[in-house]
Design a protein around this ligand. Structure first.
Ligand code: CP
Length: 337
């Protein structure tokens, strides 16, 4: 496997290998599996967890990283094909990616959705183009439609908590956010839970159905794995018997790229769609709360949930490091003993 652009790039066998190795590395984090290896990290957008966890993962296994953040200490970069570069961007990814690849054994790239054209963003063409430009192994650190490293960590988190694969009930819930957000995390979380064979419910208000392309893909995965996916606006129905609630905000697909119209649709949902303890009935004392972070407290999720015993957001973030460490070692064929 040269590229990890999507969870689907890992066969079932390889996914099991990465998850098993991630568990081993959690118990024994320091080693020399990446000694002499260099991982390049290109962040076109901000990050806390992805950047820090990639650096920590590589360093703890004896490797090194370099980080390029276009526009803050590095040249601004153009990504559009055929662009006339008379604006602020001094460099094009067409040169930057193969140049950086010469300095690294593996390149990780973050490049978010443009947020203008839904079909274009859901095609996720840019991350695939960048991977093709890279002659070395390439890892998607969040693109327009996928955040597969987050999905790997989320899978491990559910395993850690002994939340069942088959028969586990996973709720992916929309939550209010002041901005229209992309589909990368909800799409990858949905595919992760579907591939685990879970019974998945997408809970969201009217007007915020996930795009058909996202749902259809996840439903096909669920069919293969023996899981299921339904969508509802009914919170009580969605939360019935839930093992895990994964909160995330996403844009209305009807008004994608139209911020004023989208904001008007979202505005009245502010209070009702902040996750609170009352969402979890007394019948769900053990249901867990997941979020990829960063999270806006008391906007998307109330303190009482984030600070309470059902929240596993810190464990999730910790698993980013274990999962990515395992992934990189697997991709680079490092010494695993
Ligand atoms: N969850 C996640 O990717 O966090 P960052 O945006 O901080 O990297």
């Amino acid at each position: 496997m040269k590229d990890f652009l999507d969870l689907a790039d890992l066969s079932d066998e390889r996914l099991d290998t990465v998850l098993r190795l991630a568990r081993e590395l959690e118990a024994r984090p320091v080693g020399d599996a990446l000694r002499g290896r260099t991982v390049g990290l290109l962040f076109m957008n901000p990050s806390v967890r992805t950047l820090a966890s990639m650096q920590a993962a590589v360093t703890q296994q004896g490797g090194q990283t370099f980080v390029v953040t276009p526009g803050s200490g590095s040249w601004k970069m153009e990504t559009r094909s055929g662009a006339v570069m008379d604006g602020e961007a001094a460099e094009h990814v067409s040169e930057a990616i193969p140049v950086l690849a010469q300095y690294a054994d593996l390149l990780g790239v973050r490049c978010f959705a443009e947020g203008r054209n839904l079909d274009h963003d859901l095609e996720d063409a840019l991350i695939h183009t960048m991977a093709r430009l890279c002659p070395k192994p390439f890892v998607n650190l969040e693109s327009a439609r996928a955040h597969p490293c987050q999905a790997l960590a989320d899978w491990k988190t559910l395993d850690d908590l002994a939340i069942p694969r088959k028969g586990g009930r996973f709720v992916l819930s929309w939550a209010w956010h002041p901005k229209a957000l992309p589909y990368a995390v909800p799409s990858s979380a949905l595919e992760m839970a579907a591939r685990r064979g879970m019974d998945v419910t997408v809970l969201r208000p009217d007007g915020f159905a996930l795009p058909a392309a996202v749902m259809d893909r996840a439903k096909a995965i669920a069919t293969r794995s023996g899981g299921s996916i339904v969508e509802t606006c009914d919170r009580e129905l969605a939360m019935s018997g839930a093992h895990a609630l994964y909160a995330k905000s996403w844009s209305s697909s009807a008004f994608y790229g139209q911020p004023a119209e989208e904001a008007a649709l979202r505005a009245p949902l502010r209070n009702e769609w902040c996750v609170r303890e009352s969402w979890f009935k007394p019948s769900l004392p053990d249901a867990r709360f997941l979020h990829c972070l960063p999270v806006r407290r008391n906007i998307k999720v109330a303190d009482e949930v984030l600070d309470g015993p059902r929240s596993v957001v810190i464990r999730q973030a910790g698993n980013r490091m274990h999962a990515q460490k395992a992934l990189i070692i697997e991709m680079l064929g490092g010494n695993k003993t």
